[in-house]
Design a protein around this ligand. Structure first.
Ligand SMILES: Nc1ncnc2c1ncn2[C@@H]1O[C@H](COP(=O)(O)OP(=O)(O)OP(=O)(O)O)[C@@H](O)[C@H]1O
Ligand SMILES: [Mg+2]
Length: 546
C-alpha cells in the first residue's frame, strides 16, 4: 500500500471533521429514507438486507464517508471488506470522490484476503512464520501436496493433489485447523489419512515459511483466539467495521468478523440472500441469520426500491428466485418504466445458441422500423462458465463482429506472471523449493523431469533445500554432462541476479531476469496465438512495478 506509516501525522485530526462543515452533508442528498437511515445509524450492529441494485454498495460507501466527515473515526480506524479487488478499488474511488484525498488513509480497505494478509504479516511469528512469508498459488499448493502424498506413499493418481487441495480449502473455509477437524471429516480421503496429510501439509508450509490462500484467514483466527492481547489491539484500532456482499462470507470469514467486531459492535453488513453465488465455496446464508443472534439488538434495514432495472426485468427475476428455498423474502419495485419484456428461448446446443444470438446482434445493430440502431459496445453477453464463450467467439470472428472478452483468468493467476513471481521468490529466498521446481526448466534449458526428481530425492534424503541439492549434484558425476552444465549455468544466473537485487530496482531486475533467462526470447519464438498476449502481460507487469 502506498500510504506512508507517517500518514497518521500527515493528516491533522481536525481536517476530516472540517470536511463536514465545508461540504455539508450533501453526500446524503438523493438517498431514499431507508438508505439514509442505514447511513446514519452509525452506532451498533446494522444489517442491510436488500435486493440487487437497491443501492447497498452506495449505502456502504456513503456511510463510510459519513463516519469520516463527522469525525467519528480516522480513515485508518475503519475496517472495510469487499469480495474482489475490483470492488475494493471501486469503493476507494467512490469515497475519494466524496471526501477527497483523505481516502488514501483507508489502510484497512480491501478484500478479506488482503486485509488478513496484512494482519498476518504483522503477527506472523505467532503462528510460526516469518513476516516475509510467501503466499502460494494453486500450482505450488498442488505441487507441495503431491510431495506430501508421495512421502506418505499415497497413490497420487487415485487420490489426486487437486482433490486434496479442494478438501483442505473446504476445511479452512470452515475454520478447521488439523487439530480442530471434526473426526468424521478426515476419514474419507486416502483410506482415512485425511487429517494426517493435512497436518503434514501444514508442517511443510511452516518449514517453507509459506501459507496458502485459506491460511490467511485461518492463521488470523488462530492468532486472535490464542492471543487476547493482539485481538484487544485490533478492537482498539477498528472503531467501525463495514462489509459488502455479506451473503458470500464463509464460516471462517464470519468468525473473523465476529471476533473483530464483538467488542465495539459497530458493524454494518450489507448483503442479499438471493445473490449468494459462492454456496459451493462454503458461503453460508446462515451467516445472515446468525448475525441477528450474535449481535443482539441489531438494526435490520431493508431496501426494496431498485434503481438499476426496468419493471419487466425485476418481475422476471422475482418470478425465478421466488422458487428458491431458505430465502428471507423481499419484493423489489422500481419507478423506471416497464421496458421491453424478457424473452426466453430454448435452443438445441451451444452452436445454435451462438447463431441465434449473433443474428439478434446484427438485427439490433441495423435497427428496424420501430427500433433505434444499437452500438456493438452497448451489447453484452453473459455466460456461466468460460468454456461457453468458444462458440460465440468462433461465430463472431466469422461474421466480423468485434468483441472483447471481460474476465478470464485473473492477471496474477496467469502462468507467465506466476513464473516471474517464482523467479523473484527464488532470488529472494534460495530455500523456496516450490519456486525452484516451477522454473528450473522454464524456459526449457534441458533439465528434465528425471533430473528434477533426482534433485528432490537428494534434497529429501539430506534434509536440505533443493537448491542446495542442486549445488551438490553439479559437483559430482551423478548427472549427465550436458544436464550438469545446464544446471550450473542456471545456478550461476541465479547467483548473479541475487547479487544484482541488492542494487537494481526490482522492475529492472525483472527485466534482466526475463531477458537473461531466455524467457522472453522463448515467447518471441512461440507461434501459438497466446504468446503475444503473454509478452504484453509481462510488459504490463514490469511497468506496474514502477
Ligand atoms: N437513492 C438513489 N438514487 C438514485 N440512484 C441510486 C440511488 N441508490 C442507488 N442508486 C444507483 O443504483 C445503482 C445500483 O446501486 P448499487 O451498486 O449501490 O446497488 P447494490 O445494491 O449494491 O447492487 P448489487 O446487488 O449489484 O451489489 C447505482 O448506479 C447507484 O448509483
Ligand atoms: Mg453492491
Amino acid at each position: 500500500m502506498s500510504v506512508p506509516e507517517s500518514f497518521d501525522n500527515a493528516l491533522p485530526a481536525t481536517r476530516v471533521s472540517d470536511l463536514a462543515r465545508v461540504r455539508g452533508p450533501d453526500y446524503l442528498e438523493g438517498l431514499n429514507p431507508e438508505q439514509r437511515a442505514a447511513v446514519e445509524a452509525t452506532e451498533g450492529p446494522v444489517l442491510v438486507l436488500a435486493g440487487a441494485g437497491t443501492g447497498k454498495t452506495r449505502v456502504l460507501t456513503t456511510r463510510l464517508a459519513h463516519i469520516l466527515a463527522t469525525g467519528r473515526a480516522k480513515p485508518w480506524e475503519l475496517l472495510v471488506v469487499t469480495f474482489t479487488n475490483k470492488a475494493a478499488r471501486e469503493m476507494r474511488e467512490r469515497i475519494t470522490h466524496i471526501i477527497g484525498p483523505a481516502a488514501e488513509g483507508l489502510r484497512w480497505l480491501g478484500t478479506f484476503h488482503s486485509v488478513a494478509a496484512q494482519i498476518l504479516r504483522r503477527n506472523a511469528e505467532l503462528v510460526g512464520l516469518k513476516s516475509n512469508f510467501t503466499i502460494l498459488d494453486t500450482d505450488d499448493q498442488e505441487r507441495l501436496i503431491k510431495q506430501v502424498l508421495e512421502a506418505e506413499n499415497v497413490d497420487a493418481k487415485r487420490w489426486t493433489p487437486k482433490a486434496m487441495a479442494g478438501l483442505i480449502d473446504h476445511w479452512k473455509n470452515r475454520g478447521w485447523t488439523p487439530d480442530r477437524l471434526p473426526p468424521s471429516e478426515g476419514t474419507e480421503f486416502a483410506g482415512g489419512k485425511g487429517q494426517t496429510l493435512y497436518r503434514l501439509y501444514q508442517e511443510r508450509l511452516r518449514v517453507l515459511n509459506a501459507c496458502d490462500f485459506g491460511d490467511l484467514l485461518l492463521h488470523n483466527l488462530t492468532i486472535f483466539m490464542n492471543n487476547p492481547d493482539v485481538l484487544a489491539d485490533f478492537h482498539e484500532r477498528f472503531k467501525y467495521v463495514l462489509v459488502d456482499e455479506y451473503q458470500d462470507t464463509n464460516v471462517a470469514q464470519y468468525l473473523w468478523l465476529r471476533l473483530l467486531a464483538q467488542k465495539r459492535q459497530n458493524v454494518c453488513c450489507v448483503g442479499d440472500d438471493d445473490q449468494s453465488i459462492y454456496g459451493w465455496r462454503g458461503a453460508e446464508v446462515d451467516n445472515i441469520l446468525r448475525f441477528e443472534r450474535d449481535f443482539p439488538g441489531a438494526t435490520v434495514i431493508r431496501l426494496e426500491r431498485n434503481y438499476r432495472s426496468t419493471s419487466h426485468i425485476l418481475a422476471a427475476a422475482s418470478g425465478l428466485i421466488k422458487a428458491n428455498k431458505g430465502r428471507l423474502g423481499k419484493t423489489l419495485w422500481t419507478e423506471s418504466n416497464d421496458g421491453e419484456k424478457v424473452i426466453v428461448r430454448g435452443v438445441w446446443d451451444g452452436e445454435a445458441e451462438s447463431r441465434l444470438i449473433a443474428e439478434e446482434i446484427e438485427r439490433a445493430k441495423k435497427g428496424g422500423t420501430e427500433k433505434e440502431p444499437r452500438k456493438f459496445r452497448d451489447m453484452a453477453i453473459l455466460v456461466r462458465a468460460s468454456f461457453q464463450m468458444r462458440a460465440f467467439e468462433e461465430r463472431f470472428v466469422m461474421l466480423q463482429i468485434p468483441y472483447t472478452v471481460v474476465g478470464g483468468p485473473r492477471f496474477f493467476e496467469r502462468a507467465e506472471i506466476r513464473d516471474v513471481h517464482a523467479y523473484l521468490r527464488l532470488i529472494q529466498s534460495p530455500d523456496d523449493d516450490l519456486a525452484f521446481e516451477r522454473i528450473v526448466n522454464v524456459p526449457k534449458r534441458g533439465i528434465g523431469d528425471t533430473t528434477v526428481q533426482k534433485l528432490l530425492h537428494i534434497a529429501r534424503v539430506g534434509g536440505v533445500p533443493v537448491m542446495h541439492a542442486a549445488r551438490q549434484a553439479v559437483q559430482t558425476d551423478e548427472l549427465a554432462a550436458r544436464t550438469r552444465t545446464a544446471l550450473s549455468n542456471f545456478l550461476r544466473d541465479l547467483d548473479r541476479w541475487r547479487a544484482q537485487a541488492q542494487t537494481l530496482h526490482h522492475s529492472r531486475l525483472t527485466e534482466q531476469v526475463l531477458e537473461a533467462s531466455g524467457y522472453t526470447d522463448a515467447l518471441r519464438l512461440d507461434k501459438t496465438p497466446t504468446a503475444q498476449t503473454r509478452l504484453e502481460n509481462l510488459k504490463e507487469l514490469v511497468q506496474s512495478m514502477g
